[in-house]
Every structure is written in structure tokens, then in C-alpha cells.
Write a protein that binds this ligand. Structure first.
Ligand code: ZN
Ligand code: ZN
Length: 480
């Protein structure tokens, strides 16, 4: 079926040996080192630290509502730091309307980090303010930045009041008695659309009656301008280092730009749109990074929806804005979404990680994936590869429906790598031109046991196991 078509397209480029994937050592180690007593030793990846790291998304939808999540995370920060993480994206840290059950996306009191009795609880779903402060301290002690999830499109959980601009009662009253026990950033109908200065009504699906009007000086002062604004309080009092802006489709880009101009810090916006030009325009307008939905959807197409890896030849955000593209394979939304189009299936997840952890962009590791026992060791290996030899220009050496081979050229002493993804059932091997001459090659994911050798022209055979991937780079030789 497919195989015939593949062979037809291959002849000009490379040799393909397809062998049955039956764990037969003879199939995967056809070449022995020239000197049988020589030992092929992997290079020590940590000697090639390229300075790049990954972000951990430290939660999933429906984290257990026991108020101990900050403590659970505190126990993990040292291990994550050791694994090569440099930022923690925390769940929304302040109280939402659903109190102890709130995932935070229904923000009520921006200054209640689990210290005021309201919405039926003192602690948030994730814990108390002091437990959060302890987590932030521990993260900083491990040189991890802590990223706040900022929800400023809509509010939720205010008291009922008559709203003359809607000629009915709305839940737009936020004060000490009504969902805002901190008394900071009290709000009423005047601060939401429509109001005395704006008749805008986005009619959006989320809380349209409690949609904050960012054009108001009062709202700007409380969100980012004054000394005790949300932005400055999070940064200066709580110790947050950066921002993840929720649902930025709901408000204008200048808001994020004004926030960043005021307080700076790492920033990534959730602009849920797979179109490259939309993401690029947003980066240009705000200076903020964005979650790379362009790459996410290409990965889903290539691995799941269309089952054709040649879609990985498409243009993606990591190519045009590598410093601003925050790549990911899953998040709290995609994992709870039953929609296959917004979800990279379990069986393809590691291949998607192999992609984002070898290409440019700033990869996010999703908590549930990292903590998945079936994935953890593989993800750890890929992070080590990402933080070391995933460097230099990108060259796609080959792609077809079931194979994708990409080279990072390395830089100076850094040898770079070749990623080989294979979605067929068979082990695949190809002979290619590499940057490496007279060198032994190993797969640093250890998925392939094949020991390869690049000749004096850089020609080498590399392989990838069926339904898997390998990441090739140079090895050294030694004797026992
Ligand atoms: Zn899918
Ligand atoms: Zn193929």
C-alpha cells in the first residue's frame, strides 16, 4: 500500500533498508567497530551546555482540590531544576469564584493568594499564601523563574448590582463584602463593558457582562501602573518573574505591551490560533512570546489527523521567531478536550516531544506527561539533548509520510544532532550526508542500539526504530 509509493519517491535521495522490528540484534547492529577492542563512548552532553532550557507547566485540569498543590510542587522543584527546567508556569494563584474548586480562570480577588475567607474557603485549590511563598522561595533557590498565570479578560464572582448600561442586574460588584476581601482593586459595573465611556460589548462566550475595560485609567492603575498594581504586587511582593497571559483573544494587544513596558519579565500569551501570520503579528505588536499553536497543529496533523510527516515541512513560528515561540505538545486545555484535533494522542506524544525538544523554540513540558512513568525517562533524555546538542541551523534532510529527518548543525565544538522520526512499524535506516567525518555515531535517546560510523566524506547510515525516534550525534572511542 503506502510502501510502494514511498519506494517510488526514494530512489534519488537515499537507500532504505526496511527490516522487521523483531528485536533481533543482527538486524540493528550490522556494522562492528573497526577495532573490536575499541569502546564507543557517548559524549558527555553536559559538557556541551548550549544555555537553553525548558519550561514546566506545573498543573493539569482538575488538580486535586485539597489545597496542597503548592506543597506537592515544592517537593519537585529541585528535581526539575536538575532535569534542565528553568521556569515554572504555575496555575492561577489567586481566588476565583469557585473557591477551593477553582482552577483560577474565574478570577474574583487578584490579591487573595489563599489568605481571606471568601467563596467558601481561605486556601485556594492549590493552597495557602504562605505555601505559595514557600514554593516561590524554593524555586528561586534552584534558579528557577516562576511564571504567573494572568487572567485579565474577564472577572467572576462579584456581587449583584443594578447595571444601568445593561438595564438589569449584573454580578459586577467587587468589594470587601463581595468577592474581593482584599479590598484592593474594588470594581463595579463602571469598570466593565459597556459603561459611561464605552458601549463596547464583545458578546463573547466567557463572562461578557464582567469583561474588564482596560481603557480606563482606574483599571490600568490597578492592573499594572501603580505600585500596588497586580503586576507590581506579583513581581515585587510575591516574587513572580514573568507572565503567562490567559485568553488574549479577548482583549487588545496593547494591554500586554503596556504591562510589559511597565514591569518587564518573561512573557508568553495564550493566543489560540494556529495561523503563523496571526501569531507573528501579535509578537510584533506586544513583544510578548506566544504559545506556538502553529507547531502544535502541524504536529497534530503530521502524527494524528493526517498521519503524514511531510506536514512537518510546513512553515512554523519557531522558524520566524525562535526566541518568542513557546512550543508545546499538550496543556491543561488540550488534555481535557475530547476533540481529537486539539490533542496529540498518547501514542504519538513522545515523538512530538522529540520534535519540540530538538527544534528551535522554547519548549514547555506538561506536568502530566513528565509525571507519566511511561514517559519520564524519555522526556528527561530529550531535555538533556535539548539543553546541549540541539543547537545550530536547522536543515530538513528528508521527509515523507512516515519519516522525518532533521539536522541541527551545531556550533563551534558543539557537534549538533540528527533527529530521525519514524512512524512506520519497521526499523528504518538511511544513508545521509552528515557534518561529522570519521566519527562513530550513537543515538542519544538509546532507542536504537545501532553503532554507526561516518566516513571521511561525512556519509553515515542512521536509523530509527519502528514507531519511534532516535537522535544521533558523535561518540568518542576509548579502551577499557
Ligand atoms: Zn489529534
Ligand atoms: Zn518513509
Amino acid at each position: 500500500m503506502k510502501t510502494k509509493y514511498i519506494f517510488g519517491t526514494l530512489l534519488a535521495t537515499a537507500l532504505l533498508w526496511s527490516c522487521s522490528n523483531d528485536d533481533d540484534e543482527a538486524n540493528i547492529t550490522p556494522e562492528q567497530p573497526e577495532n573490536p577492542s575499541a569502546e564507543i563512548i557517548p559524549i558527555e552532553l553536559s559538557n556541551y551546555d548550549n544555555g537553553s532550557r525548558v519550561m514546566m507547566q506545573t498543573f493539569y485540569w482538575d488538580v486535586e482540590p485539597r489545597g496542597d498543590w503548592w506543597n506537592i510542587l515544592s517537593e519537585k522543584v529541585a528535581v526539575w531544576s536538575e532535569a534542565g527546567v528553568n521556569r515554572l508556569w504555575l496555575p492561577v494563584a489567586t481566588k476565583g469564584q469557585s473557591g477551593g474548586y477553582s482552577m483560577g480562570y474565574d478570577p474574583s480577588d487578584y490579591f487573595d493568594f489563599g489568605e481571606y475567607e471568601q467563596h467558601g474557603t481561605v486556601e485556594t485549590r492549590f493552597g495557602s499564601r504562605s505555601e505559595l511563598e514557600n514554593l516561590i522561595d524554593k524555586a528561586h533557590a534552584e534558579d528557577l523563574e516562576v511564571i504567573a498565570d494572568i487572567v485579565i479578560n474577564h472577572n467572576s464572582g462579584g456581587g449583584e448590582e443594578f447595571n444601568p448600561y445593561r438595564d438589569k442586574n449584573t454580578y459586577t460588584l467587587f468589594n470587601e463584602e463581595n468577592g474581593n476581601a482584599s479590598g484592593m482593586f474594588n470594581r463595579n459595573y463602571e469598570n466593565f463593558y459597556p459603561n459611561s465611556t464605552s458601549d463596547y460589548d464583545d458578546g463573547s462566550l466567557f463572562y461578557p457582562e464582567q469583561n474588564l475595560d482596560h481603557n480606563q485609567e482606574y483599571v490600568q492603575n490597578w492592573l499594572w501602573k501603580q505600585d500596588n498594581s497586580v503586576a507590581k504586587y506579583y513581581k515585587n511582593t510575591m516574587g513572580f518573574d514573568g507572565w503567562r497571559f490567559d485568553y488574549v483573544l479577548g482583549f487588545e494587544p496593547w494591554v500586554v505591551k503596556a504591562w510589559l513596558d511597565e514591569v518587564g519579565g518573561f512573557s508568553v500569551s495564550e493566543l489560540w490560533d494556529g495561523r503563523l501570520e496571526v501569531l507573528e503579528a501579535y509578537i510584533e505588536e506586544t513583544g510578548s512570546g506566544v504559545f506556538d499553536f502553529s507547531t502544535f497543529y502541524k504536529l497534530d496533523e503530521a502524527f494524528d489527523r493526517l498521519n503524514d510527516l511531510s506536514h512537518l515541512e510546513s512553515k512554523m513560528l519557531w522558524q520566524t521567531y525562535p526566541e518568542k515561540a513557546v512550543t508545546f505538545t499538550a496543556n491543561h486545555d488540550t488534555e481535557k478536550d475530547a476533540n481529537e484535533d486539539n490533542f496529540i494522542s498518547e501514542g504519538n506524544k513522545l515523538k512530538a516531544y522529540a520534535y519540540i525538544l530538538t527544534h528551535p523554540g522554547y519548549p514547555t513540558i506538561f506536568y502530566s506527561d513528565y509525571e507519566n512513568e511511561a514517559f519520564q525517562v524519555e522526556i528527561q533524555k530529550l531535555i538533556k539533548i535539548h539543553n546541549s546538542i540541539a543547537t545550530g541551523d536547522v536543515e530538513i534532510l528528508y521527509s515523507d509520510n512516515d519519516e522525518y529527518i532533521m539536522k541541527r548543525n551545531g556550533e563551534g565544538e558543539n557537534p549538533g544532532l540528527i533527529l530521525y522520526i519514524n512512524t512506520s512499524d519497521n526499523t528504518k535506516r538511511r544513508t545521509l550526508k552528515t557534518n561529522w567525518t570519521d566519527a562513530f555515531l550513537l543515538d542519544y535517546t538509546e532507542n536504537s542500539k545501532f553503532v554507526s560510523q561516518a566516513d571521511e566524506n561525512g556519509e553515515a547510515s542512521i536509523e530509527a526504530p519502528g514507531n519511534g525516534y532516535a537522535v544521533w550525534s558523535i561518540a568518542t572511542t576509548g579502551t577499557e
